[in-house]
Each structure stands twice: as C-alpha cells, then as structure tokens.
Design a protein around this ligand. Structure first.
Ligand SMILES: CC(C)(COP(=O)(O)OP(=O)(O)OC[C@H]1O[C@@H](n2cnc3c(N)ncnc32)[C@H](O)[C@@H]1OP(=O)(O)O)[C@@H](O)C(=O)NCCC(=O)NCCS
Length: 144
C-alpha cells in the first residue's frame, strides 16, 4: 500500500545519495534540501513498505502557488503514484486560500502534461527556450 506523508529532512537523507540515479537527473540534492528547509514550501513523500517511491512539492508565493516538482522513482512509474502525489499537493494547496496553482513543464514531457491535464490544469502560456536555452516550457494553471 502506498502512503502519502509530509516529507522530512530524514526522508531526504535516505534518498539524497541516489537522487539522480533513482528519481531523475534534473534534481540536485542541495536544491531539494533547501526546498525542504524553506518555510514557504510544502513537500510530500510517497512510501511503500516504508521505502520512498516518490515525492512532490509546492512553494507558496504571494499571489499563487507553484508546483516545484513531482517525481516518481524510476522503477515505480505507471502505478498511480504520480496521481496520488498530485492529488495530495492539490489538497494541501487548497488549504492555503490562494486562487491559482501553477507550474512549468518541458514541452517534450508529454507524460507530465498528460498527468496535469487529467487533474484539470490548462495550458496558459509558453516560456520560450526555458530549458537549456533550447526547449520551451509550457505554463499550466488550475483554479483551486
Ligand atoms: C510524471 C511522473 C511523476 C508520473 O508519475 P507516475 O507515478 O508514473 O504517474 P501515474 O502512474 O500516477 O500516471 C499518471 C498519469 O500520467 C500519465 N502517464 C504516466 N505514464 C505515462 C506514459 N508512459 N505515457 C503517457 N502518459 C503517461 C497518464 O495520464 C497517467 O494517467 P493514467 O494512468 O490514468 O493513464 C513520472 O513520469 C516522473 O517522475 N517523471 C520524471 C519527473 C517529471 O518529469 N516530473 C514532472 C516535472 S514538471
């Protein structure tokens, strides 16, 4: 059974050495650590038999809330963990009394775009050459 819980620095310690190998290569441990220490961030973790299989986070900004990331362990994808994580961060976002949840996603990341669309996010804009000066970012938002 998958459980979704608040992500702690202890959780981070357990995954930090294999973050890029097990989860994804755009994550650097130091960024994740500082996100977890940021009082405006909220992070959740997915655990199966006490092993971390995914995590996701938001940052609360003055005008809206942004999803900073959502990632499922490479070996555990396509089992519904991404949906559980996204569902939970939407729930947490609603408690913050802001109107909009937004995110940026690489135009090539059709899997993530599918996931967000499924939860009612809509494409509202593009940031040209946002990734590596080459690929565009799509901005998606959802009213909460
Ligand atoms: C995006 C990601 C978090 C999805 O996690 P996951 O646990 O595999 O997702 P789920 O199993 O809950 O699937 C959720 C939905 O995503 C979409 N999806 C998942 N895998 C897919 C695939 N291989 N092809 C197309 N769509 C896919 C589907 O819409 C799916 O819903 P469905 O199962 O009802 O069809 C995962 O692929 C990941 O970690 N990617 C790398 C990190 C990343 O790109 N994060 C987003 C940054 S903006």
């Amino acid at each position: 059974m998958i459980e979704i819980k608040k992500m702690t620095l202890e959780d981070y310690e357990k995954i930090k050495d294999n973050l890029q190998k097990d989860f994804d290569d755009f994550w650097t441990p130091t960024i994740l650590e500082s996100e977890l220490k940021n009082e405006n961030s909220r992070y959740v973790v997915a655990k199966e038999n006490n092993k971390i299989v995914g995590f996701a986070g938001i940052i609360i900004l003055p005008d809206d809330i942004e999803i900073t990331n959502i990632v499922t362990k490479k070996t555990e994808r396509k089992k519904g963990i991404g949906k559980l994580l996204l569902d939970k961060i939407i729930e947490i976002s609603k408690e913050e009394k802001k109107e909009l949840l937004s995110l940026e996603v690489n135009e090539k990341n059709l899997i993530a775009i599918n996931l967000y669309s499924k939860f009612g996010f809509e494409k509202v804009g593009i940031r040209k050459k946002y990734y590596n000066g080459i690929e565009d970012a799509i901005i998606m938002t959802k009213k909460i």
